[in-house]
Design a protein around this ligand. Structure first.
Ligand SMILES: Cc1cc2nc3c(=O)[nH]c(=O)nc-3n(C[C@H](O)[C@H](O)[C@H](O)COP(=O)(O)OP(=O)(O)OC[C@H]3O[C@@H](n4cnc5c(N)ncnc54)[C@H](O)[C@@H]3O)c2cc1C
Length: 431
């Protein structure tokens, strides 16, 4: 038995960990219910199975094929997005959709159907999966794609690891002219300005994301919007600087009301002063947090939550303002607060998270009941607006909240593998 944690470090549960070093020919033997574990970058309990087995997939790290003419890559599920970038970028290819860290596995990215800063143009990870192979606990191997057994594909993309073990996947990459990004950064001082600026920038640039100051203003928000596209730039990549690491867990969270206020004011004014043209290498543009390894330790031994919701277009303005008012009134929050809009493209998976509208994601140090009470208030606003929470970040939403947000949950349940279970599945499905 071994303690395994997710990125939020909110709990420390014992698991039987089975490390897979090669593609299994048969279902890995064991009595206890199992769950695949990728690289543990989900924040809550979607990748945890306390008292059960975790099938650790990082050893499944082989590439099977890469066609540098078509940008189609085939690999095992434990390959990291970082590994794909390492192989593909020097040959002029990049990931069409990437989350804010490159240290996630292909299997984990598919199981949460992750999104990036370009939903409006490129959809989610699942829109670029050409096919995958799934191993069920009864030994059946299911090869599925948008064309072949599409029902299994729709259940497995965004399927929270509950339909089987993803063994391999075939992915379409996107051509990029260089490793550089060109665009613009702009300060905004209200939500109305944010929505106007986003609409304008999304017409002009491929990637758009905003940082917001969650404690400033009354239900309004100031922030900085970053928008960019791949540049046709012949400049060589910069000399890579090795990432730094937070060396230990401090005894208390370094994020508190005082440090938050000071950091947010300094960050806003620094970026507002230098707003304008943006030119950056793509790694710091897409993955600013990856330059500080183990940054999740700064929240101290009690860990932290990320609250991420999406609000449908019709309600997005009023509900975002309401959420920000509630957060500000609580005095909680952190400097990691992101606002993005999603486009109209329908999700691939039965449980895919994005909806046409706006997504808000904020980190919160765990202060116990006061933090959980705030989340209940936020849930009520999200539910009233017809929104939903993102499973990759969640470790606490109720079954009622989940069912209200994901109307296809009953259909999804028919694809579940009876031997697979997680802390999250027991909470939101009852098994
Ligand atoms: C700094 C940071 C930034 C992030 N930014 C974003 C973002 O912008 N957008 C976004 O969408 N997400 C984002 N995330 C969340 C992250 O992309 C997802 O949680 C992702 O799924 C983590 O992948 P993982 O390999 O670590 O999987 P884990 O967290 O280990 O597992 C996630 C799920 O995948 C399942 N799984 C893993 N491997 C397999 C397999 N082989 N077969 C079947 N199921 C499997 C697990 O059972 C679990 O349900 C961010 C996370 C961090 C830490």
């Amino acid at each position: 038995m071994q303690v395994m944690q997710s990125w939020g470090r909110l709990r420390a549960d014992l698991h039987v960990v089975q490390r897979l070093a090669e593609l299994p020919r048969a279902w890995p033997a064991g009595e206890l219910p199992a769950l695949a574990f990728g690289n543990g970058r989900s924040y809550g309990d979607v990748a945890l199975n306390p008292g059960g087995r975790l099938l650790h997939t990082r050893g499944l790290d082989r590439f099977m094929a890469f066609d540098a003419h078509t940008g189609v890559i085939e690999c095992e599920a434990g390959v990291l997005l970082d590994d794909i970038i390492g192989v593909a970028l020097p040959r002029g290819w990049f990931l069409p959709v990437t989350p804010g860290t490159r240290f996630v596995t292909v299997g984990g990215a598919i199981a949460n159907d992750v999104h990036g800063k370009t939903h409006r143009r490129a959809g989610t990870r699942g829109h670029h999966v050409l096919g995958l192979e799934l191993l069920r606990s009864d030994g059946e191997r299911i090869t599925c794609s948008p064309q072949q057994r599409p029902d299994w594909f729709a259940a497995t993309v965004g399927g929270l690891g509950l339909t089987g073990l993803i063994l391999t996947a075939r992915l379409q990459l996107v051509r990029v002219a260089s490793e550089w990004m060109h665009g613009e950064s702009r300060a905004f001082s209200s939500l109305a300005e944010f929505f106007a600026l986003s609409a304008d920038m999304e017409r002009r640039e491929d990637y758009v994301v905003s940082w917001i100051d969650c404690i400033h203003g009354h239900g309004d928000a100031r922030g900085i919007l970053f928008a960019a596209s791949h540049a046709a730039d012949a400049a060589p990549p910069p000399v890579a600087t090795p990432p730094r690491r937070v060396p230990f867990t401090p005894p208390v969270s370094l994020v508190n009301a005082l440090s938050l206020r000071a950091f947010n004011a300094a960050y806003f004014h620094r970026h507002a002063r230098k707003q304008g043209p943006l030119r950056q290498h793509l790694l710091p543009f897409f993955y600013p947090l990856d330059s500080l390894l183990s940054w999740n330790r700064i929240y101290g031994p009690r860990g932290f939550h990320q609250y991420q919701c999406v609000l449908p277009r019709r309600e997005e303005r009023a509900a975002t303002a309401e959420l920000l008012s509630a957060i500000r009134a609580s005095g909680q929050g952190s400097f990691l607060a992101v606002l993005k809009t999603f486009g109209e493209r329908p999700g691939v998976g039965l449980l895919s998270f994005p909806l046409p509208g706006t997504t808000l994601a904020l980190d919160f140090p765990h202060h116990g009941p006061s933090t959980l009470a705030l989340f209940d208030r936020l849930d009520a606003i999200v539910r009233q607006a017809g929104g939903r929470l993102y499973a990759a970040k969640d470790g606490r939403q109720s079954r009622e909240m989940f069912e209200a947000g994901y109307p296809r949950h009953a259909e999804f349940s028919t694809f579940r593998d009876p031997q697979l279970s997680s802390a999250m599945s027991r909470r939101i499905f009852g098994t």
